[in-house]
Design a protein around this ligand. Structure first.
Ligand SMILES: [Zn+2]
Length: 233
């Protein structure tokens, strides 16, 4: 299957998963790093390829991931953030966990994938929680998505092939890429996953941590008839 230039140019995971790309959000292999996730989301860069996005932005949702929440108009999740449509569909086609309803999360809790959907949203942002989220390095925010404009249900990865072939015709500017690949990094500490880090990422995070704290103190938005602690980006 054809890979567009913005995915083909990403580094690959070690064997035996060396056909899969390392995403811009990943710390080392596949562990999602909240610091990278924030730095990408604040700059409207795709969480997979690291390149600039226009709206709508996309995300893959599966029943088997407990931290996904989509009870109504506001969709929230930790982990990887907003994506290009092509990158979201690529992930769903190639990620072993997303391919089939019966796929299981072998490296984590063993839960089956279940129902799956890809959604497109006009706006994305951060949803602030009152308590740190378990397994998210002490952070108390998740990505959030509002104003859904498209939903693509799929049973297996094969259902996505026509949508993928259409999506990879989009224009993505690879020169806008943000990517900090640190192959030997390991999760350490409660609030940072990584040490040592790239100087470029450290510089961005020093700025972004102030912005994050400011948004936490000021975020609130009406969604329907409920006031929610959301900062749209
Ligand atoms: Zn992308």
């Amino acid at each position: 299957m054809q890979e567009p230039s913005w995915i083909a140019s990403l580094p690959r995971l070690p064997k035996p998963h060396n056909r899969l790309p390392v995403t811009a959000t990943a710390l080392s292999k596949t562990v999602a790093d909240p610091i990278r996730a924030i730095c990408l989301a604040f700059r409207n860069r795709c969480a997979c390829c690291g390149c600039a996005m226009r709206d709508p932005v996309y995300r893959v949702w599966v029943d088997g991931v407990a931290r996904n929440s989509y009870p109504g108009d506001v969709w929230t999740s930790t982990g990887i953030g907003p994506l290009h449509k092509s990158c979201a569909i690529y992930s769903a086609i190639h990620c072993p966990y997303m391919k089939y309803p019966t796929s299981v999360r072998r490296l984590q809790d063993g839960s089956p994938r279940g129902h799956a959907i890809i959604t497109g949203h006009r706006r994305h942002g951060l949803y602030f929680h009152s308590e740190p989220i378990s397994g998210w390095a002490g952070h108390a925010w998740s990505h959030c998505y509002v104003d859904a404009v498209e939903s693509i249900h799929f049973e297996t990865w094969r259902d996505l092939i026509p949508a993928y072939e259409d999506a990879i015709t989009e224009k993505v500017d690879v020169s806008t890429r943000l990517f900090w690949h640190t192959p030997n990094a390991r999760p350490t500490g409660k609030t940072r996953f990584t040490a040592p880090e790239s100087p470029e990422l450290d510089k961005l995070w020093r700025h972004d941590s102030y912005r994050l704290n400011h948004l936490r103190g000021t975020a609130s938005i009406w969604v329907g008839d409920r006031l929610q602690r959301i900062a749209l980006l």
